[in-house]
Design a protein around this ligand. Structure first.
Ligand code: ZN
Length: 292
């Protein structure tokens, strides 16, 4: 079972989060036919957004990573109920592996931005972004949180892909410094982080989020454990409103082609067929809305 935890170390001034999401990444890999490097990149993004949305009480968070590399844009979304979904523009990118690690940074690219969109169901949607540091995602997210949200953060994200392409491990952790944190606390944590084995090593040894955090803070207190699952929020109504958003001219062009419109959801690969009649209705509604 994939899950994220929110925890605090007793007598230490940090907020901590950790996630294990192998099943979710494996599901999206099968669903979207992701190559190993695409699985690793999207898996890290999904683990990252799971950490960011772990303390949401409502709404959702979207993580967008656009680095100019061969994978193209990566989207990962998480909501307050533990539902995750994500997609990568080019799922079938294969790059030469140098050493043991998949070349995620190279595949993502670092000429671009990481942005976070927070939709808490209020009137305003909060959006902010920073430049990518390396395209490795964890480092980029840490930089974003430290600079844009001004919360000094340490982030570790990892996905281990087997030789057959299957996901063997996926997850990560996020440590955020509270303003009261003392210099010696920070130095102690930095030392522990330096000596910590890679997250994929820990996860593939069977260590769960609780155990990973306990390696950094022996007296960790779990505040919340939230189950995670891959779940898309698409439906016919949303597909139709997306079509309407294209505008009158586009709808008229579709009608001229005299064929139903086929839309495939990028996130779950579900196919929607909007009949020619329905497109005509949508156009009519759009026109009358405009007149009012
Ligand atoms: Zn969908």
């Amino acid at each position: 079972m994939a899950y994220v935890i929110r925890a605090i170390p007793v007598n230490k001034n940090f907020r901590t989060f950790a996630v294990e999401c192998r099943d979710v990444v494996e599901e999206v890999r099968k669903l979207q036919g992701l190559s190993p490097v695409a699985s690793a990149a999207l898996g890290r993004a999904l683990a990252g957004v799971a950490l960011l949305s772990a303390d949401l009480k409502t709404g959702k968070i979207l993580l967008q990573i656009s680095g100019g590399g061969p994978l193209g844009e990566i989207l990962a979304e998480g909501d307050y109920q533990g539902n995750l979904r994500g997609t990568v523009r080019n799922p079938d990118v294969y790059l030469k592996i140098k050493g043991k690690k998949l070349p995620v940074g190279e595949a993502v690219g670092k000429n671009g931005f990481i942005s976070v969109v927070k939709d808490l169901g209020l009137k305003e949607i909060y959006q902010s972004s920073t430049k990518l540091v390396s395209g490795e995602i964890a480092e980029d997210l840490a930089y974003y949180l430290t600079v844009s949200e001004q919360i000094p953060s340490a982030v570790s994200l990892g996905v281990l892909v087997g030789t057959d392409g299957k996901i063997l491990a996926a997850g990560g952790f996020l440590i955020q410094k509270l303003p009261e944190a003392k210099d010696e606390e920070i130095a102690e944590l930095e030392e522990k982080l330096r000596n910590l084995p890679p997250i994929t090593t820990l996860l593939s040894q069977g260590k769960g989020p609780e155990e990973v955090l306990a390696m950094l803070f022996p007296d960790i207190k779990i505040l919340e454990k939230r189950e995670l699952r891959y779940k898309c929020t698409c439906n016919e109504e949303r597909v139709e409103s997306m079509l309407v958003a294209l505008g009158e001219k586009e709808l008229e062009d579709f009608i001229k082609k005299k064929e139903p419109i086929e839309v495939i959801c990028h996130f779950c690969r579900k196919k929607y067929i909007i009949s020619l009649e329905r497109v005509k209705e949508l156009l009519k509604e759009l026109k009358t809305k405009k007149k009012r």
